[in-house]
Design a protein around this ligand. Structure first.
Ligand code: CP
Length: 306
């Protein structure tokens, strides 16, 4: 039994296989309509979500399986003080696989220790979000036909943005990748990512504050929201929340084939006018989330097309 808690729980070869399977699912959805008949997914969401929870649920329903779960800590017995360890012990008897989102970093890892079913980390605090990374990798690969040799700009809240941390860890395994880290001083990538991933692998990188200064160099621009829920004080959030707003005027300075990704939800950081730019890939990215989660659950459950 395998859990997916960190993006590095999947090897490069496993990721290739998952992305190939996700591409086939996208092209031939009917082929997969019954592969999970009789299987149950539990979605244990202690923190709000639209895309991750609903795409996990859509993924299981698309494969003929069923879904049970809760969408907030308040509507579960966590509100009465039940531990994650006890919850997963119980849910292991109700479902075949589980996706867990939790505001505390490490909670899905703790759950995995006590679980009798595969646990997938659906986002833990400001830490990691491995299935968002699969979504991002699928989108990048479909746009660029490769995951290597790209200059990736990550822009916004690089400190608390768990999708950024997971994406850097994953892309760092591909040859020729270069990172341009665009953020205010206060929201720079955490040291453990900079030291243990980027510097440890001698990956070329730059840290800059100004997006317009570097936008012309990018193959991928990965925009992120300033993570209001992770701030200790409202004043800092208000000061930093509109640090970056991608507009069509800024897009004019970008390569004609640059792709704009965003894990969503968006607040102000991408102006609505950019949605009509053919380089805007974020809604396609959200759709890809269903295919990669179908591929991941099929793989973890060991089910195949007959
Ligand atoms: N990208 C993402 O994790 O979105 P949700 O918070 O809506 O799940």
């Amino acid at each position: 039994m395998k859990h997916v808690i960190d993006p590095l729980d999947l090897s490069v070869e496993e990721i290739d296989n998952l992305l190939n399977l996700a591409d086939d699912i996208a092209a031939n959805p009917k082929k997969y309509a019954k592969v999970c008949e009789g299987k149950k997914l539990a979605t244990l969401f202690y923190e709000p979500s639209t895309r991750t929870r609903l795409s996990f649920e859509a993924a299981m329903l698309n494969m003929g399986g069923s879904v049970l779960g809760f969408s907030s800590a308040d509507s579960s017995s966590a509100s009465k003080g039940e531990s994650v360890a006890d919850t997963i012990r119980v849910v292991s008897g109700y479902a075949d696989i589980c996706a867990m989102r939790h505001p505390k970093e490490g909670a899905p890892m703790r759950a995995a220790r006590y679980s009798r079913i595969p646990v997938i980390n659906a986002g833990d605090g400001g830490h990691q979000h491995p299935t968002q990374t699969l979504t991002d990798l699928m989108t990048i690969r479909r746009k660029k036909h490769t995951l290597g040799g790209l200059t990736i700009g990550l822009c916004g809240d690089l400190k608390f943005g768990r999708t950024v941390h997971s994406l850097i860890k994953s892309l760092a395994r591909y040859d020729g990748v270069r990172f341009i880290l665009i953020s205010p001083e206060e929201l720079r990538v955490p040291d453990y990512i900079l030291e243990e991933v980027i510097k440890a692998k001698n990956i070329p990188y730059q840290e800059v504050v100004d997006l317009e200064e570097v936008i012309g160099e990018l193959d991928i621009l990965y925009m992120t929201r300033v993570q209001k829920e992770r701030f200790f004080n409202e004043e800092d959030y208000v000061r930093l929340k509109d640090s970056y707003i991608l507009t069509e005027a800024k897009m004019k300075k970008a390569k004609p084939d640059m792709a704009v990704l965003h894990p969503l939800p968006r607040v102000n950081e991408i102006a609505l006018e950019v949605d009509d730019d053919p380089r805007a890939a974020y809604f396609e990215q959200a759709q890809n989330g269903v295919y990669v989660r179908m591929a991941l659950m099929m793989t973890l459950l060991g089910v195949e097309v007959c």
